[in-house]
Design a protein around this ligand. Sequence first.
Ligand code: HEM
Length: 220
Amino acid sequence: MALKYSSVTKKVIMALVGLFLISFLIVHLSINLLILKNDGREAFNVAAHFMVSNPVIQAMQWVLFGGFILHILLGIILQIQNWMARPTRYKIEGFSHTSFFSKFMIHTGAIILAFLILHLIHFFFKAKFGHIGEVMINGKAYEDMGLLVINKFKELPIVIMYVFWLLFLGFHLDHAFHSAFQSLGLNHNKYTPAIFGISRVLAILIAGGFIIIPLVIYLS
Ligand code: HEM
């Protein structure tokens, strides 16, 4: 069905969904960083509990998964249309060729997806369907999600896998943010360098923020 929409419409939808996914990453990272606090995992466990028990956030989780699927499907369709286009048209209508990583969005996206599935198996499915030990915080029992994360990141192959995955997330985000601005028609020659700069800083902060978590846990 998505095929009947024009490339421009698909790119606009992809951009809006992509920006929503970036906002999820910022929230997810902010909560994950709490695990590095030296408080016996209390702040992280309380925040993780809030995320799994709050009905609004639980409803948003379906929007999030829907967003991931839509973003992936539209990305694949746009890429196939791009490959099928004649070489001259490709140069005009294809994804913008404004940065090195722009040429590899489908590849970095595929790597991110493959590791995201592993990530969900490690944590999300375990939290939903597995058994997780409990800790008492201020007289209330909480699932010890923090211990699950710490135990995972004590294994070197898992740490290497996460660092590899998150580097590709950084490469993907480096192009994603300014590309979204372009797709939404918000680019202007005057602001383009600033948008490129913000995009790079955001990619480094998000990917770097996630990367320090397994590294710090493994090395401590
Ligand atoms: C060091 C890096 C990361 C850590 C420690 C981490 C940790 C976690 C944990 C503990 C959960 C389970 C939450 C629960 O259900 O109670 C989770 C879920 C999830 N993670 Fe991550 N995560 C990391 C990076 C990422 C990245 C980079 C992405 C996306 C590209 C991502 C996407 C998701 C999604 C979609 C879920 C399921 C939805 C949710 O529970 O919020 N995570 N993560």
